[in-house]
Design a protein around this ligand. Structure first.
Ligand code: SF4
Ligand code: SF4
Length: 78
């Protein structure tokens, strides 16, 4: 049987295949920079607009979450 187009699965992905990525609470982040070197793919950026995370580049490894001294990072569904 032919498979339906991939687009047909949008919004209907099994929980086990859902991607999680790191997100930052800007109100909590004090821009200490501690998390930047922990992110191997370089998904975390610190610039004039504060800390941002590239959801496309984030692999969901979670290495940045626990070390944040102010608890500004958490994982969320992509
Ligand atoms: S470790 Fe936490 S407080 Fe420091 S820059 Fe990263 S998210 Fe912000
Ligand atoms: S979860 Fe991993 S890949 Fe994503 S921002 Fe944190 S350290 Fe980087």
């Amino acid at each position: 049987m032919a498979r339906p187009p991939a687009a047909a699965y949008r919004g209907d992905m099994p929980a086990s295949r859902q991607r999680t990525v790191a997100v930052v609470d800007s109100a909590q982040c004090d821009e200490c920079g501690l998390c930047l070197p922990l992110c191997v793919p370089g998904a975390i950026h610190l610039g004039r607009r504060g800390l941002t995370i590239d959801a496309q580049a984030c692999t969901g490894c979670e290495k940045c979450v626990a070390p944040c001294p102010v608890g500004a990072l958490r994982m969320a569904d992509a």
